[in-house]
Design a protein around this ligand. Sequence first.
Ligand code: PEP
Ligand code: MG
Length: 747
Amino acid sequence: MADGTESQSRKLLRRLQAALAEAGAGQERLDRITSIIAESMGTEVCSIYLLRDSGTLELCATEGLSSEAVHVTRLRVGEGLVGRVAKRLRPINAADAPSEPGFRYMAETGEERYTSFLGVPIQRLGENLGVLVVQSQEERRYSEDEVYALEVVAMVLAEMTELGAFVGEGEAMAARHQRSVVLNGGIGQEGAAEGHVFLHEPRVVVTNPIAEDPEAELERLNDAVDQLRTSVDEMLSNAPKGDKEQYDVLQAYKMFANSRGWMRRMEADIRNGLSAEAAVEKEQSAARARMETVPDAYLRERLHDLDDLSNKMLRLLTGQGRDTGAELPDNPVLVARNIGPGELLEYGRSLRGVVLEEGSVASHAAIVARALAIPLIVNASRITTEALNGDLILVDGDQGVVHLRPEETVTKAFRDKMAMRAAAQERYSSIRDKPAETLDGTVIGLHMNAGLMADLPSLPSSGAEGVGLFRTELQFLTRSTVPRRGSLAALYSRVMDAAGGKRVAFRTLDIGSDKVLPYMKPQDEPNPALGWRAIRVGLDRPGMMRMQLQAMIRAAAGRPLTVMFPFIAQLEEFTEARNHLLRELDREKALGHVLPESVEIGAMLETPSLAFAPRQFFELADFISIGGNDLKQFFFAADRENERVRRRYDTLNVSFLTFIEQIVARCAETDTPLSFCGEDAGRPIEALCFAAMGLRTLSMRPASIGPVKSLLRRVDLREVRSVIHEARENGAQSVREPVMDWLRQQG
Ligand code: PEP
Ligand code: MG
């Protein structure tokens, strides 16, 4: 970069700083800024467009264009050259703008006289805030240094916008973080919540983007980088051996912390007048913008790592720690980019809801949220940049929608919906002690799914007959070392105590695939969902499973014990797993422990292959439980974690229902008890259709028992069966519509 331009850029920033420091309303400041930029850059025009809403830009200040056009000229993001800069978050530098593709002539601005155009995005951390434009009459292509200088200025404008320096009248100049925002995400856990935002990681605010003394700033940057390198080295030497994922991340940190390119760019920014933190944030913004467009998942991960590292640097430079002392507000809704299961458990039930910018439906956090029965939305893009601590937030976990700082009318409609739910729950409590008996006298057993000790108090209040699925992963996922047999036995024993003699089906560890234990070497597998997981790990490395079985046997001590093995795909796997349990029973007996009063050994049917297993399998299993979440993903070959496809195939697709019917028939041949414990069992219409297909036991979230029971008690299953039969005969793809129509007719 030429020295001359460097000082020009610094001079420009200094003049801007003085202009910003002067008192005055937002509009006056913007006006002053446009004239300073035009003068410093030797252009006839300088204009600032700010986003009015997520799709529209508004001309908010100009030097050179018609002043009549200010707050009148609007264009859509993507429209004209200005709109294209906003859309692509990249500069456009055109010597002859009218001949550029996409040029749109805005007559009211009087811009016909200007030929050259340079527009740069005003963006903060990848978020689009507006566009800064300079134009000239002469046909000229702006130099790299000029583009760079304008970008630096745009970065300062973005920071000042965030700090509220340009607040004025009208939408485009409304204060930041005050507008209502609606974000769509993925459903991690159903349910609805109203509360106030609590940011897991409070944002760092840069209050001094422009600096007087580059030498002092360079020193601050170097000190911070030194500290960062030391801490990354420490993290690397303390990292648990064998955790490849963590190792990769730390190596990436190390690489960035030592990257000359990264340092050089930040040093240049500082020499051009930015403060050390503004230089870090400028790089961070560029990385965020790239993150949106990089298709390669690995590279995207690395850009995330750079983002994390930038946050660490900003904390070092500003002294703003993670713990700001902010207290949990009333009805807290946790907002985070992502969160580990242990951290989420620490917040525990105090939370009303969780909204994650990333995360996935089957992440560990989602498992915890499910266990805690807290509504969770994942993939809510921009939530961490939009939300401020204390903001009102509505979480609609049924639709996957978040309303941040909602309008009165939205809040009112949401509250009405919550009140209707509460009233319905109230109604359900009146049938809590009644059986789920249909009008034709069929009784369906309703059980609950659980995974935490904390779930068990819901057993009596939900009216569940027992625990149809106790997921045992959480105790393994939320700690850094393998839990001890003694502590597991104590936990399982407390679970049985809390169930008060009702049956609890303990599922052995279902890990692998997405559920990687912190102390287990992650496998590099092309298709983890089809890979080394659940019983496959249990049989190949039986140590942990045997320890778990011992803990279950000791917990039962004289009481009945029910164990089920996940993800059994063929008879032999079940026989082997069962033999492990039988051997452990013998061993425990020899060691003098009290054995369970009785032992039931079941299998989860989660792969289509098991439905076609030999008759001997059905004879050997004491019971079978359909793991519908997995079974459905394999039946339709549609990844349950992939938002693009996971809702593509309806559970009530006739093929899937016919398959369920066939499983029921196979179990009937051998009198093998059958249940269904995937999430679909808790959806009333699905539950009804499963019952019509012959299922007599369903296991679900405690909160679903009321709605499912209430519907079952209102219908005659024979009629439902004939509606399904007729739809099938007529070639329907899904029976949902016909069943819903029939239900409507019933009133
Ligand atoms: C299932 O697959 O339906 C199931 C109950 O197990 P998980 O959701 O834990 O895989
Ligand atoms: Mg499963």
